[in-house]
Design a protein. Structure first.
Length: 168
C-alpha cells in the first residue's frame, strides 16, 4: 500500500462472498432473460469458449454491442471458479478494504449486470479511502461501450490533459 498513490476500479468485485454471490445471481438472471428473449444464444455444453462468447453480451448495457476481441479471448474455467469459491469459504475482506486510505476512482456502469448493490458494498467497504464514485450511463460491466466517459473520468482523476484526439 505504501507504494500505491491511488486506485482506479471499474466494475470491481465486492469484499464479501455474500455480496459476490448476490451479484452473480443477478448476472445469471440477466443471462436467462436474454436467452429466453433470443438475444443471446444457448451455449453448447462443455464448450467453454462457446459459453464465454454466448454470455459476454449479458455484461453490456446493450447486449448487441460488438464484444471486443480481448474479451472474447478470456480464459475462464467454471469448475475452477466454483472450486476457488468453495476453498475460500465465507470470506470477508471488509476490514482490509477499510484500511485503505488511498484516493480511489470507482466507476460503475448503470447497467452492470452484477447490480448497484455490489458497487455500494465495495464503496462502503472503502470507508477510510477518499472515494470518487461515478455511475456511468449507458454502460454495463466493461468500459468499452462508454469509453469516452470512462476515459474522461480517468483523465480528470489523474489530472491528465484531454485526449489529443480532442475527446474529453
Amino acid at each position: 500500500p505504501q507504494n500505491v498513490r491511488s486506485i482506479i476500479l471499474m466494475g470491481s468485485g465486492p469484499p464479501t462472498r455474500e455480496a459476490t454471490l448476490a451479484g452473480q445471481a443477478l448476472l445469471n438472471e440477466r443471462i436467462t432473460i436474454l436467452h429466453e428473449q433470443g438475444i443471446i444464444a444457448q451455449p453448447q455444453p462443455g464448450n467453454m469458449k462457446d459459453l464465454i462468447e454466448s454470455i459476454l453480451p449479458a455484461y453490456f448495457s446493450d447486449p448487441k454491442f460488438p464484444v471486443p476481441d480481448e474479451l472474447k479471448n478470456t480464459d475462464f474455467n467454471a469448475l475452477t471458479y466454483q472450486q476457488t469459491l468453495a476453498a475460500l469459504g465465507d470470506w470477508d475482506l471488509s476490514v482490509d478494504a477499510a484500511g485503505l486510505t488511498h484516493s480511489v476512482l470507482f466507476l460503475w456502469g448503470v447497467d452492470d449486470p452484477f447490480g448497484l448493490p455490489m458497487a455500494e458494498a465495495t464503496k462502503n467497504a472503502l470507508s477510510s479511502a477518499e472515494v470518487e464514485f461515478a455511475v456511468l450511463k449507458e454502460c454495463g460491466h466493461y468500459w468499452h461501450e462508454c469509453d469516452d466517459t470512462f476515459f474522461s473520468h480517468v483523465r480528470t482523476f489523474l489530472k491528465l490533459p484531454s485526449d489529443p484526439s480532442g475527446r474529453q
